[in-house]
Design a protein around this ligand. Sequence first.
Ligand SMILES: [Zn+2]
Length: 92
Amino acid sequence: MRGNPQSLSWKPVDCVRCSVPAILYANASPDLELTLTIKPRFLGLGRTAIIEARCARHRTQLEDPYLGCPECSADRPGLDVFRRALGSEDDD
Ligand SMILES: [Zn+2]
């Protein structure tokens, strides 16, 4: 992960609530780019971590980091074979 100039400096406590490991576990895409931004909460009461996910290959912002990039999923040969087996390909 690269440094994020818009983020507060990282503290060990941020990792406790950080969901990045869970996202990486759910989505093994090598093109997944996660950006963690730590922002102070309203009135400075604590901190909140915002995670943004992008696909480096398709340059798209991902709505759900846990699902990953839909285009990458479509590109995966394993899934393609699966789809063909279901007969959903157009024959024209
Ligand atoms: Zn992608």
